[in-house]
Ligand binder design. Structure first.
Ligand code: HBI
Ligand code: FE
Length: 296
């Protein structure tokens, strides 16, 4: 557990100070350097070129309606004022990953914790901790959508319960394969809505167009049983038939699911089951090649 310490007066760089009880810090917008704004610009412009026709309509309209500029890191307060009017959510600054129960408590109160820092220029394509580009560009547009707004709040509430029941891993898989890495069926084809994909140039293409990954219809129990990768592209993506499916998920009583899922075998990320609704059976080539590179 974190020992309670007085709230810092000023936000500092990631990891530079002891956390306040809710782990929030000041964004300290004036302290971003020109080089940091330039990193935002590079990432923003790259994704703005890639996402039309790939990200779902709800993401694109959320992005358009938020006060995000291509050439500077956004002000969380300005962003939050627009977001709050739409769905009641605000963005709060945190130094990086926060403990699960702190994360859930923020979500349960419609506060989205966003990394205050931005990745270094040598980490444009991959970083372990969520930074301001992932959290704001990736998540905020979908938080403008009332269904996603409801679902993520419900995840925060459910997360606290799942933790007490010792089944957090099962619930975390639902978040991972929806909010972070979800695809959705649109009338004109499969589209991205997951924040982990829309904030990554390489994965925006891999998830939709590469022959390697599986694309499988979302099924709650199936997803709750499926482990995921945090260190590379996903081997399987799960496809919603529409974002409305998240609304049903936000209202479900998870307890009976936890019991059934705990009794069933855990699945590895690349598994495809006879009962799966398969949109695309992946070749598995990408991850097979990666495994070939690993030291024996
Ligand atoms: N903290 N800042 C931040 N962002 C996250 O996405 C996050 C977190 N702490 C815990 C966490 N995610 C997840 O492991 C939970 O969803 C289980
Ligand atoms: Fe995220």
């Amino acid at each position: 557990m974190n020992s309670p310490t007085p709230a810092p007066k000023h936000g500092l760089a990631a990891g530079a100070q002891a956390p306040s009880a809710d782990w929030t810090i000041e964004q300290g917008w004036d302290r971003y350097t020109p080089a940091e704004h330039a990193t935002w610009k590079t990432l923003f412009e790259r994704q703005s070129r890639l996402l039309p026709g790939r990200a779902c309509d709800d993401f694109m309209s959320g992005l358009k309606d938020l006060p995000l500029r291509h050439d500077e890191i956004p002000h969380f307060e300005q962003l939050s004022d627009v977001l709050e009017k739409r769905t009641g959510w605000r963005i709060v600054a945190v130094p990086g990953l926060v403990p699960d129960e702190v994360f859930f408590d923020h979500l349960a109160h419609r506060r989205f914790p966003a990394g205050q820092f931005i990745r270094k220029p040598d980490q444009l394509d991959y970083l372990e901790e969520p930074d301001v580009f992932h959290d704001v560009f990736g998540h905020a547009p979908m938080l403008m959508n009332p269904v996603m707004a409801e679902f993520i709040q419900a995840y925060g509430q459910g997360g606290l319960r799942a933790q007490q029941l010792g089944v957090l891993e099962q619930l975390a898989r639902v978040y991972w394969y929806t909010v972070e890495f979800g695809l959705v069926q649109q009338s004109d084809g499969l589209r991205i809505y997951g924040a982990g994909i829309v904030s990554s140039a390489t994965e925006s293409i891999f998830a939709l167009e590469d022959a390697s990954p599986n694309r499988i219809g979302f099924d709650l129990e199936r997803v709750m049983r499926t482990r995921y990768r945090i260190d590379d592209f996903q081997e399987s993506y799960f496809v919603l038939h529409g974002l409305h499916e998240l609304l049903a998920l936000a209202q479900i009583e998870f307890k009976p699911y936890y019991e059934r899922v705990s009794a069933a075998p855990t699945l590895v990320p690349g598994d495809v089951l006879p009962t799966d609704e398969v949109f695309a059976r992946g070749s598995g080539r990408y991850h097979a090649a990666q495994r070939g590179k690993e030291p024996v």
